[in-house]
Design a protein around this ligand. Sequence first.
Ligand code: SF4
Length: 260
Amino acid sequence: MAESGIARFELKAGGVTLQGEAELPAGPVSVEDMLPVFHGLGSALVNIAVQAVEADGHSISCRAGCGACCRQIVPITEHEARALSELVFSLPEPRRTRVLLRFRDAVLQIEAAGIRPRIEQLHLIGERSDRVRLGIDYFSLGIPCPFLEDESCSIHEVRPMACREYLVTSDPVHCQDPASLEVVGVHLPAKPSHSLSCFGEGDGHHRFVLVPLVLSLQFAAANPAPEAHVPAPEMLKRFLEFLDGRDIPESEPAAEGPSD
Ligand code: SF4
């Protein structure tokens, strides 16, 4: 793999092999710098999974105009939280203020409901039943993602990995109930969001916090990005290894969660 420019790679994940190439930034990079590459890889894997379900005679029910899943907690990586924060503050007015107000309203709602401490500790919740309970409590508040406009994602091109991964083949009506056993998701050969969460310090050796999307601005303000110090080809190689299930680091939260 070359030090910079176009990198050719082979991705093996869950029995699927994907060959491709990616344009890598030159020099040491941060995970934020690599997000377009990682998101592109994630979407490529999702496309493979979609082709598989369609070959089985199913179809994806998710459509523009259906934003039920955009009222879930949406756990994103810290890198995506910083990237989204940067995106929001770069928006032209009056859109920036509109989006900022939506973030503020969302935070006020989770504080009024008393669940902010629980969602800040999202990454530490070990029991699946506790995560499900929290997901139901959050969904019941009906808080739309601040980027949801006309029930469609207004940042589709740069949406977080978790949003790319979530597709269903069941009737969208079931998505209104997060506890529904009728929701049938698309099985992915590997979880790119999981791989991304392993890049705490940018070197792929620490699993870091997961940030609820609605707290991303506050997280970014309290947790500046680590300095870029990993060559892009090395970071891509680690990401591909994680996707293939190799060498996943133990959970090792290394920083505080979102704070005021
Ligand atoms: S970023 Fe887009 S896809 Fe993800 S929850 Fe928000 S509106 Fe939905």
